[in-house]
Design a protein around this ligand. Structure first.
Ligand SMILES: Cc1cc2nc3c(=O)[nH]c(=O)nc-3n(C[C@H](O)[C@H](O)[C@H](O)COP(=O)(O)OP(=O)(O)OC[C@H]3O[C@@H](n4cnc5c(N)ncnc54)[C@H](O)[C@@H]3O)c2cc1C
Length: 520
């Protein structure tokens, strides 16, 4: 049997990639070794540019149960230091406090709607490549079989077999000097501050909610989510605790002892309310690793298969889901035969540096939460620096991934080129429309807001691949009069002229060729 794409792994990144490929006209087969969706509690939410990306695919509403567009939050944390985002001109830290299980459920439903075949209980066990295809060995519920596929994508998590079998190195560091204990729990109502929702802990003092709280002995988090169980977490640096994987499962008493050591005060913990499964997790040490390549001929890696790092600040899904949105249309273009040379390789060129940056800032945050007098001094300095809102903007942009600027070659002249498309409100004749309404199909798009909407004629050789929307801009201060958007919503070309001149039109055609292939 032969297929165009096999995706190994139906975690969030495998499922999102499957949706992106389907939107671009390619039906992948997704292999998942587990027989059903996992009940494991991992991410408590999504943060950063990914929230806007999901909005641009019509998935934000499903996840938030709201008809309102996403909005950035007023505050966040970097290395357990508070970030006041309320004064920023352009706050990029959008948040969606939805557990990973729900994200996976919504992505699976969407993938099935789009006709994706998900084979649960089917494990990738081997692979080999020749010039034309990858042969995947699979262990299924009724026995082993082989699939020939033009491309295979490893979305099979941090221990990715795809990566190992492809000989792709995964250099980095593994630490074992830290123990993190996290559980769903209740705390005495009398200790909850009615104004902040945080804790007033006798013998310690006020602890704001949802903030990493560092002491000289560790890190504490109190997260009273509105409609799901409260999360309590304590992290300690204690090599003795890190030994041995065969300890009994975490108990609330063990967590309470750890909280006592971190805060120096007693926080009684009761069993969680509401429906389970409930979280009781002890994690020892951690890995920070980055694949040395994201591609080996016909095999590609996305998400945790390509990079693992500390979960501090919740950057994992922001990074991984945007890998998939970067890769999906490029891989589909390759399969459908219109990809210009080098398009598929640009996945690694664009996304590996982004992952490197996440590795950098999660390691920097790990340094800022560690115990020790020098760290305390460093934090004092950082606190001073964070009084300058330009520094807050810099850190917020980095955490959100809003500082990404991809290389757009000849199209780079405009300040928006290579950037994430801003939330314009073009008027298509029936009133203002959010850009997010125009990008749901994940197609390349020329948004023509020029005076005479004459850019459409430049597209004549690309109309099969590129959509065009001619509209008026109700905002005279809009940052552009025309935008060429790649399906991942990054700007391949832009103009600010009411009537772009012949040179700008020439650059537009160059950008169309570079990203969407030769004119037909
Ligand atoms: C404790 C913790 C807290 C976190 N908190 C956050 C957070 O708040 N925010 C955030 O954004 N991120 C967070 N993350 C990171 C986030 O959970 C990961 O980045 C995310 O799960 C990666 O998704 P993935 O699809 O790449 O891999 P995974 O979720 O690991 O999925 C891989 C899938 O592949 C399957 N598989 C593996 N091998 C095979 C095979 N050989 N054949 C077939 N199937 C296979 C697995 O069963 C699994 O279903 C957290 C992670 C942890 C561990």
């Amino acid at each position: 049997m032969s297929v165009d794409v096999v995706i190994a792994g139906a975690g969030p990144n495998g499922l999102m990639l499957a949706c992106e490929l389907s939107l671009a006209g390619v039906r992948p087969v997704v292999l998942e070794r587990l027989p059903g969706r996992t009940e494991e509690n991992r991410a408590n939410g999504l943060v950063g540019q990914v929230v806007r990306m999901l909005d641009r695919r019509g998935l934000y509403g499903r996840l938030s149960d709201s008809k309102e567009p996403p909005r950035p939050g007023p505050s966040f944390v970097f290395g357990a230091l508070p970030l006041d985002l309320s004064t920023l001109d352009d706050n990029p830290l959008y948040g969606l406090p939805v557990p990973q299980r729900r994200v996976e459920q919504v992505l699976e439903e969407r993938a099935i709607e789009l006709g994706v075949e998900i084979r649960r209980g089917h494990e990738l066990t081997g692979l080999s490549q020749d010039d034309d295809a990858v042969t995947a060995d699979i262990a299924g519920p009724t026995g082993s079989y082989r699939l020939r596929t033009r491309y295979l994508v490893g979305a099979d998590g941090g221990r990715s077999l795809t990566r190992k079998l492809s000989g792709i190195g995964f250099p980095g560091v593994t630490t074992d000097n830290m123990v993190s204990r996290t559980a769903h729990a209740t705390v005495p109502a009398a200790m909850i501050d009615p104004v902040t929702g945080g804790l007033n802990l006798p013998g310690y003092g006020a602890i704001p909610p949802f903030m990493h709280h560092r002491t000289e002995r560790g890190l504490f988090v109190f997260a009273p989510f509105p409609s799901r169980p409260t999360v309590v977490s304590a992290t300690e640096w204690d090599p003795a605790e890190a030994e041995g994987d065969d300890r009994p499962p975490l108990t609330l008493d063990e967590l309470r002892e750890s909280v006592r050591r971190v805060l120096g005060a007693d926080l009684p913990l009761g069993p969680p309310e509401g429906q389970g499964p409930h979280l009781l997790r002890r994690l020892t040490g951690g890995n920070t690793r980055l694949a040395d390549r994201f591609r080996d001929r016909r095999v590609l890696l996305v998400g945790d298969a390509a990079h693992v790092h500390s979960a501090i600040g919740g950057p994992g899904l922001n990074l991984g889901l945007q890998d998939t949105v970067n890769l999906g249309w490029k891989l589909a273009a390759e399969i459908r035969g219109w990809a210009p040379p080098g398009l598929l390789d640009s996945y690694e060129t664009e996304r590996r540096p982004v992952a490197q940056r996440v590795v950098m800032h999660t390691r920097a945050q790990a340094a800022l939460i560690a115990p020790g007098g020098e760290v305390t001094a460093l934090r004092e300095l950082f606190t001073e620096l964070l009084h300058d809102r330009r520094n807050v903007q810099h850190i917020a942009d980095m955490m959100a991934g809003a500082d990404i600027r991809y290389d757009m070659g000849a199209g780079d002249a405009h300040p928006l080129a290579g950037r994430w498309a801003p939330d314009l409100l073009p008027d298509t004749g029936t009133g203002p429309v959010r850009l997010a309404e125009l990008t749901r199909d994940a197609r390349p798009l020329l948004l023509d807001l020029t005076e005479d909407a004459s850019l459409t004629e430049e597209l004549s050789g690309w109309r099969d691949r590129v959509d065009v929307v001619a509209a008026r801009s109700p905002d005279p201060a809009a940052p552009a009069t025309a935008l060429l958007l790649r399906p991942d919503c990054y700007i391949a070309w832009a103009s600010s002229s009411p009537r772009p001149d012949p040179h700008e039109r020439e650059v537009l055609r160059t950008a169309l060729t570079r990203w969407f292939g030769a004119a037909g």
